[in-house]
Write a protein that binds this ligand. Sequence first.
Ligand code: SF4
Length: 453
Amino acid sequence: MYRYAELLRSRGLFDEVVEGYWKEEPSLRQVLRTCRYTDVTIIPMFISEGYFTETVIPREMGLGHQGPVPREGVARTLGGRTVRYTLPYGVHPAMTDVILERAREVLPDADGEDTALIIIGHGTTRNENSNKIVHQNAALLRERGVFSEVHALFLDEEPKVTGWREKVRASRVVMVPFFASEGWHTLETIPEDLGLEGTVTVFPGPEDGQDAPGLEQTVYYGKPVGTHPAVADVIVQLAEEARGASVTGGDRAQDHRAAWDALTALADQGLRMGEILIRPQGGLYELRHALDEGRSSETLVTLVTPEGLRDHTRLTEAGEHRPVHTLRNLRRGWRAVMNASDLQRAVHLLYPAVVEEGYACHTHALRSTPWPTTARRQTGIYAKVQKATPEQVEHVAQDVCGGCLKTRVWAGHRLPQTFFSGVPGAIPCAEACTFLVAEIREEVAGKRGQSGG
Ligand code: SF4
């Protein structure tokens, strides 16, 4: 996600590229608020349509849409922004070329005779759409006649990829995983199940005198399609198709501008916000952990890009992931030096949506979502949080939120001041985050103590 966002940003085609997450921050609930402009296109970074693209994302982003997304996408006006939601990149017709690219990468003369292509899908009866797109791409590539054979085979259902030797007659076999990213399946289960050794593996034919079927076959194992840089082009195409020709672009969102103008004015004077300190310094801004206030700069790691700052502060000092950025575990020992235009991204990456929500609270415009509403919205494995008693919710929230800088406005806690009025730790929490929802689910399932949560 980071890489694609950076690639798209560097192309300068969009005024802004913002990432939003289901299980991290900025969350899908918050991310629209963090957009600078009134014209927003949302691209789901998923390899196929399914539960997340049809249910979770539209619901969490308040799109008022559930179910299959039409080809032309969904358009809404939300909070003064024009918002368009597209199909996931994986189902775009241009992905057929990405599969071909992946194949040629691993076998440059893949177009030769006697070469088979196997597109490997995950395959699960729970998501027929993911299988459909693999079959569709196989059919399209078959039509193109580049390979002597094209097969769509799956990990978890028939036709299974483990049976490839019974199906494929070609002596050269290119395998391309139709997966979003490199991970457990593409790096471990597929190579292990198929006996692949690196990129090229030779499977010997029957030995002399043996009448068993089979022939010597060489497998060229490609990288997953989802990590190919051309996916960035697919995203651009999706965005352009969604926007159409008539759109002239958006304006600065007023609420966003007001929040960041106020933040910059405070930063010009020196500001403490949560655990960070922002100070003007020779025409630039310096950010550091507030507990490092008196330390000499030479003893700190100096970071000069917002992304460098993000990567440096992603983990706690003990190396643990920080799913909620306002948990009081920001590591120390760094300073970030930013110009005015990078300051916004740096603060956004350190504390996503905190400026926008803090300012809304400061100006009495923050709308909070009480727990029962959050609970009712949950589906799938999280639906069981609806069974949590108020005591259970409070018990878990005290534990989880006790380590967080935010004040639970959603639980009725009052926040008369914010960091905008000089109280550094006063940051509103408008709605239970997915981290807390997941912990409440564990509590309801009776597993919380067991997982050490
Ligand atoms: Fe922090 Fe709790 Fe709000 Fe999550 S729900 S952001 S842990 S206060």
